[in-house]
Design a protein around this ligand. Structure first.
Ligand SMILES: CC(C)(COP(=O)(O)OP(=O)(O)OC[C@H]1O[C@@H](n2cnc3c(N)ncnc32)[C@H](O)[C@@H]1OP(=O)(O)O)[C@@H](O)C(=O)NCCC(=O)NCCS
Length: 267
């Protein structure tokens, strides 16, 4: 049985901090968040929630109260699931808990950033949750030393999740579908990032109001196996997805096969 609750007790907060250090494979000193900071966040009305399966801590999510155009909003800072529990619905359940928490408090929007090279997270954010990608930040946190990011520059995409929207409700009901890329291409979308035969990125410049970008299947593995190739992909995504978001397009969808759809906000 999976249960998700807000946490405030120091022992639980310590366990959450340790879980994040284990997921991001850092030393205890370089843990992504300290239990003291978690305590402060929980104490000041922030979001600190943990997922327990049969009594074991299997995931956690932490968000900061944020200024959403003068209203109270939530910025989700970190969400993680224990490696052995990944892919079994814990992350999705945590995000739905976070959405319900925000709706109860009258919030309109949850924001977060994610590494847009991580294909599975793109699908998760844009299609399973119904959020959209709204901005691109070059080297957001500086170079990162943990075992997932491996010293690469930390480009991030900002996500906006309008929790009360029809789109978010449809996603929560499992009704959002991935787009059909062939149809989009037939209708004039331009692919600005694709893969060459040898696995390197190929970029194109376009001012089209619907663009597609493709990302590799597993960037975390690629960073470990071939860091130079992984860096080439980051730079290529910066020049294409980053450019599209700078041009005012929004990432509205992604496919499991690695495509992002970028289009004008009203499209
Ligand atoms: C990303 C993460 C929070 C998702 O939680 P999860 O419990 O593994 O995912 P769920 O089982 O709820 O599935 C939700 C979707 O996430 C996607 N996903 C992302 N990462 C995944 C992973 N490592 N394993 C399986 N699915 C993953 C899947 O596409 C899945 O959609 P699907 O079921 O339609 O295929 C979790 O895998 C994780 O902690 N990964 C490492 C850290 C990280 O990248 N955190 C996010 C950035 S702060």
């Amino acid at each position: 049985v999976l249960s998700i609750d807000e946490v405030d007790a120091v022992d639980d907060l310590r366990a959450v901090a340790q879980l994040f250090a284990a997921i991001w494979r850092t030393s205890p000193e370089d843990a992504p968040v300290s239990s003291d900071l978690l305590k402060a966040l929980a104490h000041t009305g922030g979001y600190v929630a943990a997922a327990w399966r049969d009594g074991d801590l299997v995931g956690a999510s932490v968000g900061l109260l944020a200024n959403d155009e003068g209203r109270l909003g939530l910025h989700s800072h970190i969400s993680g699931v224990a490696p052995e529990a990944q892919g079994s619905g814990v992350g999705y359940a945590l995000k739905l808990h976070q959405r319900a928490w925000a709706l109860e408090r009258g919030m309109r929007r949850i924001t977060w950033t994610f590494d847009p090279l991580v294909r599975r997270n793109a699908w998760f954010n844009l299609v399973k949750l119904g959020a959209v990608g709204v901005a691109y930040h070059r080297n957001f946190y500086g170079s990162m030393q943990d075992g997932i990011n491996r010293h690469d520059e930390s480009d991030r995409c900002s996500i906006a999740w309008d929790v009360a929207s029809e789109r978010a409700a449809a996603a929560a009901a499992g009704h959002l579908r991935e787009p059909d890329v062939t149809t989009l291409l037939d209708e004039g979308a331009i692919a600005v990032l694709t893969e060459a035969q040898d696995g390197s990125p190929v970029t194109a410049v376009s001012h089209a109001d619907r663009r597609l970008c493709w990302v590799p299947a597993d960037i975390v593995a690629l960073r470990a196996a071939d860091p130079d190739r992984a860096r080439d992909w980051r730079r290529a995504l910066r020049d294409t997805l980053g450019q599209a978001l700078d041009d005012g397009l929004v990432a509205t969808a992604a496919t499991r096969s690695g495509w992002y759809v970028l289009e004008t906000a009203h499209a």
